[in-house]
Design a protein around this ligand. Structure first.
Ligand code: GAL
Ligand code: CA
Length: 354
């Protein structure tokens, strides 16, 4: 009942007051609901807003929320706070959102190991939590029944990325095996250490190749923290070390893939000397690079789908509705969005289809 009451107000009420007045206010709330739009207050805490993919996701969320306001006659107040890569900062921001009694919290947690502590605080305040993109371990999600995760399955993106490379490797018209030894020499650009997407994309991209019988040789690999300029620095030193014998760059995301391409171009590699580069996310600049032919392919990380599901879930929770009624929940906790492979062929087919 408190949940229904809470979403009826534009300002916060201390829980004790809400509890005490619940019965009295319920009828008034329903009546007032038709007179003035209800306001849903959603706190969105992101780990780093300057991260390209997260920035896109936030934009999608804002766009969809606006559309929803018009469609449903609800008012949606999204308060986006940027943790700037610090868990300490993010924890303070979330403490504040809890103190302000937001209806729902959407958390892109900086450090996955801090989830339990945040869940306990939210439970105490009876504010549901939707984690997204940075996945806490299952044990933490099951601490409380009003905690959810919206995202995409990391291993799926690894498999799709591996398949893009496999197709390319098997394409005899454009030989990838520059030294003709039958072995794929690659370097690996990894995302943040400990991030589920970094670990599983790496594992499954390589497994997909080896599972299909491709012999591979890892020349080098390092983290570049999802970051374009860090990737340029790594790649520059690998080119200095290995010359043009790098046949593929497997990157955990697009920004780092583009950083590797920057390094190749800065060092003046010719088209024939360029390694085959693959990323994940399908950001706008990455799609541009696929069209130009410098990026062989990427895997669409569905920012729009993730944002849309977060919004649906937030609305359901704030209205006190059962989320499973409007969303495809797995194991009562998870909303999974599919990844999709993107290559020039796919883009051309999409364009042709329009
Ligand atoms: C990944 C994405 C990366 C980065 C990261 C942040 O899913 O592919 O580019 O945004 O999330 O958590
Ligand atoms: Ca080779």
């Amino acid at each position: 009942m408190i949940r229904t009451i809470k979403s009826c107000f534009t300002r916060s009420f201390p829980k004790a007051v809400a509890l005490g007045l619940a019965a009295v206010l319920l009828a008034g709330c329903t009546a007032a609901g038709s007179a003035e739009p209800r306001t849903l207050r959603v706190g969105v805490a992101v780990y780093l807003q300057s991260d390209t993919f997260i920035g896109t996701l936030v934009q999608e969320l804002e766009r969809l929320a606006q559309a929803r306001e018009i469609e449903d006659g609800v008012k949606i107040n999204l308060n986006v706070v940027d943790g700037r890569g610090s868990q300490l900062t993010q924890t303070e921001q979330i403490d504040r959102l809890i103190a302000l009694d937001y209806d729902v919290l959407c958390v892109n947690i900086v450090d996955r190991t801090s989830a339990a502590q945040l869940i306990d605080k939210a439970q105490e305040a009876d504010i549901p939590v939707i984690f997204f993109n940075r996945e806490p371990v299952a044990e933490d999600l099951y601490r409380w029944d009003r905690v959810y995760y919206v995202g995409a399955k990391a291993e799926e993106s690894g498999v799709l990325q591996g398949q893009i490379l496999l197709d390319r490797w098997l394409n005899r018209e454009q030989p990838m095996d520059k030294n003709g030894d039958g072995i794929l020499q690659y370097v690996l650009l990894e995302g943040e250490p400990g991030h589920q997407d970094a670990m599983l994309r790496t594992e499954y991209a390589v497994k997909t190749l080896t599972g299909a019988g491709v012999e591979v040789e890892k020349l080098a690999g390092d983290t570049a923290n999802w970051d374009r300029s860090q990737a340029t620095a790594r790649m520059s030193s690998w080119i200095e070390q290995f010359g043009t014998s790098i046949e593929a760059v497997i990157s955990n995301n697009d920004d780092m893939a583009l950083g590797a391409i920057d390094a190749c171009q800065d060092l003046g590699l010719t088209e024939d000397e360029m390694p085959v580069v693959v990323g994940v996310d399908a950001t706008a600049p990455a799609l541009e690079a696929v069209r130009e032919g410098t990026l062989c392919g990427t895997v669409r990380n569905d920012a729009q789908g993730i944002a849309g599901s977060m919004l649906e879930l937030a609305l359901a929770l704030a209205k006190g509705e059962e989320p499973a009624a409007s969303l495809p929940l797995s194991d009562e906790k998870y909303v999974w969005l599919p990844y999709q492979r993107v290559t020039l062929r796919q883009l051309e087919a999409e364009q042709g289809g329009v």
